[in-house]
Structures are given as structure tokens and as C-alpha cells.
Design a protein around this ligand. Structure first.
Ligand code: FMN
Length: 194
């Protein structure tokens, strides 16, 4: 079975360090045989979640599209920037919209439950956004997403990338790619047992 992975980042900033790190992990997944779709959360144009907005207007088109994208993939590869010790509002907002009931009345949470995920993060600070991973793990755990132990936090990320699409530290680059590879392998094992 060919594993389908949805790759997304909590930052859509131009030149995002997390997007660059995610691209390396995506490469690892593709080398492992997965089909990877890389999306930008900004392209879904999600308003800040608010219950009255949902009650009055239903789910925004972007939320429906993101729900469908998640439904169509086996696994999630997520880059999670750290903002003030947590993960970004953009990422939480996306998860909140996705968790809402779909147009057909089925739960959005069931789209996420049972998916397998891997996390990477990058920050100019020394901890590489590790705290955002911990915070995100708690939320994904609540949503029933199985987060694999393989992860990578890239500290001093503003000086860590080379002039092309890799890291100056080739050992670290391999470790990031291995996160993508492990995600693919874990999803394959789970798929073979179901
Ligand atoms: C509001 C805000 C809060 C931040 N808080 C942290 C933090 O707690 N820890 C950290 O390592 N970096 C923090 N940063 C720095 C980000 O890690 C840095 O801007 C990083 O480049 C963001 O990821 P991106 O390059 O993928 O957009 C913060 C940045 C912003 C804008």
C-alpha cells in the first residue's frame, strides 16, 4: 500500500524556517515511497474560529477543503514553529475548524482520530521549538492522533541552512529526513494490520 502523507506547517511566512525544515522531512517521506501533498495553511484562508460564525455561516470553504485533504491522507507531517512557548494560533485554528462537524453531519474529530503524525520544528533559539512540539502533542493526543516518537527540533535555525535546500550539518539533515521516513514506515505497519 502506498502511504499518502499531508505535510503542513504552522507558519506560512515567506522564507519560513519551519517550511524549509518540513521540506527536508518531506524528502525523506518521498524517498521512503510515500506520496506527499504539501499544503500551506494560509491558502485555506481560515477566519479565527468562533462558534457564532459557524452557527451563522457554517464551515468556511477552506475548512471544508482542509477536512477533505485530511480525510484523503493516511498521515500528517507537521512543522510547528514556537510562539511564546506554545505552537502557533494558525495551527490551532486549523485544528479547531477541522474538528467541527462536516457538512454531512459526521464528526470532524473522526477525520483525525487514528491518523499517524510526525513533528519537526525550527527556531532561532537554542531549543529549536521543542516546547511547541510538546504542546502540540498534547492536543493531537486528545484528538486521537498517534504521534510517533521520531521528531526533530532544529535550534539556531536562522544559521543552520546551507545555500541550497539542506542543512549545513549533514548528520542533522539525515535525521530530519529520517523523521519523514519513519512516519511512512509506521503508517505502512499500521495499514498492514488493519
Ligand atoms: C510572537 C512570537 C513569539 C515567539 N516565541 C518564541 C518562543 O517562545 N521560542 C522560540 O524559540 N522562538 C520564538 N519565536 C521566534 C520564532 O521561533 C521565529 O520567528 C521562527 O522563525 C518562526 O518560524 P518560521 O520561520 O517558520 O516562521 C517567536 C516569534 C514570534 C513572532
Amino acid at each position: 500500500m502506498i502511504i499518502k502523507i499531508l505535510a503542513l506547517s504552522g507558519s506560512s511566512r515567506r522564507g519560513s524556517l519551519n517550511q524549509k525544515l518540513l521540506d527536508i522531512a518531506v524528502h525523506g517521506s518521498r524517498n521512503a515511497g510515500a506520496v506527499v501533498t504539501s499544503v500551506r495553511l494560509a491558502d485555506y484562508a481560515l477566519p479565527i474560529y468562533e462558534s457564532d460564525l459557524e452557527a451563522d455561516h457554517g464551515l468556511p470553504e477552506g475548512a471544508k477543503r482542509l477536512q477533505s485533504a485530511i480525510a484523503e491522507h493516511d498521515a500528517l507531517l507537521i512543522a510547528t514553529p514556537e510562539y511564546n512557548g506554545g505552537y502557533t494560533a494558525m495551527l490551532k485554528n486549523a485544528l479547531d475548524w477541522v474538528s467541527r462537524p462536516r457538512e454531512d453531519g459526521t464528526s470532524g474529530v473522526t477525520l483525525l482520530a487514528g491518523k499517524v503524525a510526525a513533528l519537526v520544528s525550527a527556531s532561532p533559539g537554542p531549543l529549536g521549538g521543542l516546547r511547541s512540539q510538546l504542546a502540540l502533542r498534547t492536543v493531537l493526543d486528545k484528538l486521537g492522533v498517534l504521534v510517533i516518537p521520531d521528531a526533530f527540533a532544529l535550534g539556531m535555525a536562522h544559521v543552520a541552512f546551507d545555500d541550497e535546500v539542506g542543512l549545513k550539518d549533514k548528520g542533522a539533515e539525515k535525521a530530519v529526513a529520517n523523521v519523514g521516513l519513519s512516519l511512512c514506515r509506521t503508517a505502512e505497519r499500521l495499514a498492514n494490520k488493519s
